[in-house]
Design a binder for this molecule. Sequence first.
Ligand code: 2BA
Length: 108
Amino acid sequence: MKMIMCIVDDMDAYSLIEGLTKRSIQVTKLTSSGGFLKKGNTTLLIGLEDSQVREVVELVKSLCHPRNEMVSVEPMSLPGEAVIPFSFNVKIGGATIFVLDVEKYEKV
Ligand code: 2BA
């Protein structure tokens, strides 16, 4: 038994959850946010058999798309009225996937 912990963009979460439930794979959706951008994202917990891991990773790859985000940081003030605006481009995802071994799985 494995647990896939998968962090995805909110925009990709719905289709991924649909794809998983269509395959009768159970999933829990958590609302999360990234430490770097402080922007909302979605964390999915997916408990599954070892034999299903490859299929799910392929599904995530096919549905979660990389995106570019422009990040603005506080403009730097210089003496006088000069201000240096500062922004940069960050590539996010498609998805961050962790595959964990599950020691015990029980429903009571
Ligand atoms: P954030 O932490 O908000 O990071 C968003 C994107 O910013 C990252 O995309 C990466 O491209 C960039 N980034 C993150 N930390 C950085 C840093 N210290 N310096 C420069 N650029 C940085 P992804 O790597 O695709 O990550 C997307 C989201 O997945 C992250 O949002 C975070 O919520 C989660 N994540 C990624 N790696 C993780 C890890 N090792 N452990 C836990 N969560 C992770």
